[in-house]
Design a protein around this ligand. Structure first.
Ligand SMILES: [Mg+2]
Length: 226
């Protein structure tokens, strides 16, 4: 594993959700914001039910549709408008978020040695970076939804590479989701590292999605890169 990088890279590029912090924190804060908004509107508390839906019943997609439907929370029939409003509340939470314990250590160490990039498909990527207090470490930040793009397209990786020092083969990319964080960066010539942590840690890679190296803690990056 530790010989995955032959020479010192020029740039290191990170995914955000579940790579630099635990996404469940973001979900918890967002769900609280949603329940607060619903309570202000209806006088009912849906806090426990929302958390149970998301975390216990694993309804992580369409969570708000389910709740709105279950309780008839769209009295004028426009469920989409109510759900859109709740999605906006979810992403509008402003509570500070904690990076993984190793993340700040690794970022501050690497910021002195390499150019650092961040590529995320998450909504409000820049707001998340501010909530995490780590935005200052990155030379380049590429947020897919801002460009109507995603990590399913090479465009977001190209955009980061265009601004980072060095070529693709001098760049290391680290992400947690084997479905989007390996194939394209690898095809472009980047060295790929999978952090096996968070929501997708149980996923085994499809053919072609095997990373050059796999770690279970960001601390291990230092050994791989240096
Ligand atoms: Mg991720």
């Amino acid at each position: 594993m530790t010989d995955a990088v032959d020479a010192a890279p020029a740039a290191v590029c990170f995914d955000l959700d579940d790579t630099l912090y635990d996404y469940h924190q973001y979900a918890r804060a967002g769900l609280r914001e949603v329940a607060d908004r619903l309570e202000a509107r209806t006088g009912e508390s849906y806090h426990d039910e929302l958390l149970a839906l998301y975390f216990d019943e694993s309804v992580t997609e369409g969570t708000f549709d389910r709740l709105v439907d279950r309780h008839g929370l769209a009295p004028d029939g426009d469920e989409d408008a109510v759900v859109d409003d709740l999605v906006e509340a979810y992403h509008g939470a402003t509570d500070p978020l904690d990076p993984y314990p190793a993340a700040e250590r690794v970022l501050s160490r690497f910021a002195d040695r390499y150019e650092l990039g961040l590529i995320t498909d998450g909504h409000g990527g820049r707001a998340k970076l501010r909530r995490l207090g780590v935005e200052g470490y990155f030379d380049v930040v590429v947020v897919g939804p801002e460009r109507d793009s995603s990590k399913h397209q090479r465009e977001v990786f190209d955009a980061a590479l265009a601004e980072l020092a060095g070529s693709a083969d001098e760049t290391v990319y680290i992400g947690d989701d084997p479905r989007v964080d390996v194939r394209i960066p690898k095809q472009l010539g980047m060295t790929t590292v999978r952090l096996r942590r968070g929501r997708y840690s149980h996923l085994e890679p499809d053919d072609g999605d095997e990373p050059d190296a796999e770690i279970d803690d960001l601390c291990a990056l230092t050994a791989i890169l240096e």
